[in-house]
Ligand binder design. Structure first.
Ligand SMILES: [Zn+2]
Length: 239
């Protein structure tokens, strides 16, 4: 089982950990703790390096498997052995870009629901660009310009972002979470992690976010698309 350090400290860039398992054919190791995001909820995984003794391995993929996080090692050095001490270092430029982008998408989601009552049906992101799909019948060019102004107001408002880990029963009593389909969470999950842009948006979310909307910077709506009468897509880009 891997302790997910990024869940409570998204700004952690380096950490020490012990290798608890080595999967030889895949060149993957499990650590007892990790700050590397394994991907999920539309946010891609981190890239990083893992140093063991005198060897530094590039980590080109990170993936959750049950309660473990698998770290896939690049290079051609022999994989490290079980119980070895290791030191992980994030590709911080990539991760911080993803944090700003992820928060930008929550701002967009919050504004579109608050101002137009439209719900998100899906999304995707890479560093500094992303998209969200909405059930948003009335969306068109004029509205998109309005939305762009409104989301940048939320950036300028310097809203704080809070992360909490709540017992399932408690989370299920929060109305704002119910609208984001929290009821679809698998029954086995005892705790729900929530991400709140204070005063704007509250979601059950496993991703990494910045502390304040001001860190997102100017959000540009780069494009929009109609995917049918109801389903619309909005693309954003950050500087
Ligand atoms: Zn999210």
């Amino acid at each position: 089982m891997t302790d997910l350090l990024y869940q409570t400290d998204s700004y952690l860039q380096e950490f020490d950990a012990t290798i608890t398992s080595v999967l030889l054919p895949e060149r993957a190791v499990v650590l007892n703790r990790s700050a590397f995001y394994p991907g999920g909820g539309g946010q891609p995984c981190d890239f990083s390096t893992l140093t063991v003794g005198s060897e530094t391995y590039p980590v080109h993929k990170v993936k959750k498997q049950g309660e473990d996080v698998l770290h896939f090692l690049g290079g051609d050095a022999l994989p490290p052995s079980i119980d070895a001490a290791s030191h992980g270092t994030l590709d911080w430029a990539r991760r911080y870009g993803l944090m700003r982008t992820h928060t930008a998408l929550h701002i967009l989601c919050g504004v579109v629901f608050r101002d137009y009552g439209a719900r998100v049906t899906g999304g995707e992101m890479e560093p500094l660009r992303g998209r969200l799909d909405f059930e948003f019948e009335t969306m068109g060019g004029e509205l998109v310009r309005e939305i762009e102004i409104s989301i940048n107001k939320e950036v300028a408002q310097r809203r704080e972002i809070g992360v909490r880990i709540l017992p399932r029963e408690e989370a299920f009593q929060i109305q704002d979470l119910i609208r984001t389909k929290i009821n679809l969470l698998p029954p086995g999950i005892a705790h729900v992690r929530t991400v709140e842009i204070v005063g704007l948006d509250l979601q059950a979310d496993g991703g990494t976010h910045v502390h304040n909307t001001s860190e997102v910077g100017i959000i540009r709506i780069a494009d929009y698309k109609s995917k049918g009468a109801i389903n619309k897509r909005i693309y954003v880009e950050l500087a």
